[in-house]
Design a protein. Structure first.
Length: 335
């Protein structure tokens, strides 16, 4: 990409360490090309931050910069998605109707949620053994025609995440303004939806939701909403399984007195849930939700939400760390 020359020089003369360079490689590995370009356009300020802060502080700063760039890109993407939204229905010779379309995130979320609720109702009484695709088609017909609505009113829920400052005053450096699937929405869209929908506030203290109950074994809807406000994916280090495909895990098991409280709950995908319950891995969650993951022998495997893993793992000498960082910087430069 050609934006890492200054970092390469700073690494060579010792102004920054190998861990700082590794931060750049790790955090930009999976972002879009446009976000990566915008990120490295700020190389001078990034380098200044790197030379004056620890690798952990630099990582937090870089994540903030990337989040802002992704948010700005997402808002532009949302506008384009609205322009690209369409629905077409054609009638074939045999009378069958073919439906094809593309929906922007807000409209798609509304439709999917309503369909899921109706499909669940139909699946409970399915004497013909219809598969999910067939049930979904029937559900769509019911929703459009209003069939059975007097008996089964449907409320399509959309979970939106937005901090109060963004909602009331507009975007800022640390704005959160998205759906539960991570689709970025403009603040204007959130405000419009607030006019027409029910609002379930989730109180945040230092970014951690706290106003949920703890009187039952399974996490309730409010708690799942609160956890989604913290996690986009499985809480295990490096796992990218989306939150909506995760199970809610009690760090201290319910069977031995663990409570259903946010301080004791963590989203885990099926694989990592199995790792904890059947294979003896241990999870420790601090009050600030810093997660320590221990292997069965007690060795620390990783910590989360700190995303940057130590570059010292597997290396014995500073020379090895520096060489690895140089290689990663060279790879970035070729991108």
């Amino acid at each position: 990409m050609g934006h890492t020359t200054a970092f390469g020089e700073a690494l060579a003369n010792g102004a920054v360490g190998a861990e700082h360079a590794d931060v750049l490689a790790d955090l930009t590995a999976k972002v879009s090309d446009s976000v990566k370009a915008g990120f490295f356009d700020q190389e001078a300020s990034l380098l200044a931050k790197a030379t004056s802060s620890s690798p952990e502080q630099f990582a937090r700063h870089c994540r903030s910069v990337i989040a802002r760039l992704e948010r700005d890109e997402g808002i532009e993407r949302n506008k384009q998605q609205r322009r690209d939204t369409y629905l077409s229905i054609s009638v074939q010779r045999d009378g069958m109707h073919r439906v094809n379309g593309l929906l922007h995130p807000e409209l798609g979320a509304q439709l999917v949620r309503a369909l899921d609720l109706e499909v669940a109702t139909l699946a409970a009484d399915n004497p013909d053994g219809l598969d999910r695709g067939q049930l979904t088609a029937q559900a769509l017909g019911n929703l459009v025609s209003g069939g059975h609505q007097a008996q089964r009113p449907i409320e399509a829920e959309i979970l939106l995440l937005c901090d109060h400052t963004t909602l009331t005053h507009g975007l800022h450096d640390h704005s959160v303004c998205e759906t539960d699937t991570g689709a970025i929405l403009p603040p204007e869209t959130i405000r419009r939806l607030c006019c027409n929908g029910r609002i379930t506030p989730i109180l945040l203290i230092d970014g951690v939701p706290v106003n949920v109950g703890r009187e039952q074994r399974l996490a309730n809807r409010a708690q799942r909403r609160a956890l989604r406000a913290i996690y986009r994916t499985c809480g295990f280090a490096g796992c990218e399984t989306p939150f909506n495909r995760c199970e809610i895990h009690h760090l201290v098991p319910w069977e031995i007195g663990g409570v259903t409280d946010l301080a004791n709950l963590l989203p885990l995908c099926a694989r990592h849930h199995h790792l904890v319950h059947e294979l003896g891995w241990r999870l420790e969650l601090a009050p600030d939700r810093l997660l320590t993951i221990r292997q069965p022998d007690g060795t620390i495997f990783a910590t989360e939400p700190i995303q940057i893993r130590s570059t010292q793992r597997g290396y014995c000498e500073l020379h090895d760390q520096t060489e690895r960082a140089r290689q990663r910087l060279a790879m970035l430069q070729r991108c």
